[in-house]
Ligand binder design. Structure first.
Ligand SMILES: C[S@@+](CC[C@H](N)C(=O)[O-])C[C@H]1O[C@@H](n2cnc3c(N)ncnc32)[C@H](O)[C@@H]1O
Length: 285
């Protein structure tokens, strides 16, 4: 039988890293959110050298670097939790859900439908692990296994998505992995499927990854020691700026910097952190 960690390869393995960072944040003294499932999802992968899921498991030499990654993941997770919980949309679509457990840990309004899209291997691994834990969704959760470089609209509609209703879209940690043409197609689909009153929450653009600096290279080297090689995963093809493009389609974009979020959530960060894009957009058509 295939080892569980084998299904979490390529871009999917980055979902394990995010779950580990969320687990460490959850176990910290002042967490910005609580993800009670993150550690168990990481353990379910049974990695030969497991990622840490508690601050005490991080080696002394890796502490500063891990903390940088944990703080960044904590800020974006909380920012996007707040975005989703502030949205009145009756349906939510999480593009590249990975091991995100928002359908299980957030307090959704009654009847809210939450669609989670990711690769088949990731969705199957996640379902099995959550079933073993006995996790119960706090919304009408609809997993949809797709490759987001292909056409995924039909699968989404088949799963019960209603294009006549407003949607809150979530695109967290996906864009750096997509080819330029797939990113264009993805936003064209999001725009086409968005009824009036829809919104989009995004963390990280491909351009962010292209400007990655020394801390990111050191992080990649550290993840490689856990058997997760993210060095060549980002797609570096040049592409249009999505933040500049969305307003031309009548989306109103509100961008936040890491410094804004660090202040809002009182989580100090070293000033050398590179630029990372956080934005939400509301449609006005
Ligand atoms: C960094 S993880 C982020 C996961 C999740 N959004 C979170 O924040 O926990 C990136 C995710 O993108 C998914 N992904 C990347 N390319 C994809 C594609 N072409 N189709 C479907 N999923 C994709 C990976 O499988 C992985 O789960």
């Amino acid at each position: 039988m295939e080892h569980p960690s084998a299904v979490m390869n390529g871009a999917a393995s980055t979902a394990l890293v995010v779950a580990a960072l969320r687990a460490i944040e959850t176990a910290s003294s002042t967490p910005l959110f609580t993800d009670p499932f993150a550690a168990r999802l990481v353990h379910a992968a049974r990695m030969p050298r497991p990622l840490p899921t508690h601050p005490d498991q991080v080696g002394e030499e890796d502490k500063a670097l891990f903390q940088l990654a944990v703080d960044s993941a904590a800020l974006r997770t909380r920012y996007l939790d707040d975005y989703l919980m502030g949205s009145p949309a009756p349906q939510v679509v999480i593009l590249a859900a990975g091991l995100d457990t928002r359908p299980f840990r957030l307090d959704w309004p009654p009847g809210c439908r939450v669609f989670e899209l990711d690769h088949t291997s990731v969705m199957e691994f996640k379902q099995k692990a959550l079933d073993q834990i006995g996790a119960r969704a706090s919304c009408d959760r609809r997993p949809v296994a797709v490759d987001l470089r292909d056409d995924w609209e039909a699968a989404l509609v088949e799963a019960g998505f209603d294009p006549s209703q407003p949607t809150a879209w979530l695109i967290e940690g996906l864009l750096p992995y997509l080819p330029a043409s797939a990113e264009e197609k993805l936003f064209d689909a999001v725009h086409r499927l968005s009824a009036a009153g829809s919104s989009i929450g995004v963390w990280a653009t491909a351009q962010d990854t292209q400007s990655a600096g020394a801390p990111d290279q050191r992080l990649s080297a550290m993840y490689a020691t856990f058997g997760i090689d993210i060095t060549d995963m980002a797609n570096t093809e040049p592409r249009r700026s999505i933040i500049e493009y969305l307003p031309s389609l009548a989306w109103k974009v509100e961008e936040n910097t890491m410094a804004d979020l660090s202040k809002r959530y009182q989580r100090p960060l070293p000033s050398s952190r590179r630029r990372l894009t956080f934005f939400t957009a509301q449609n006005s058509f």
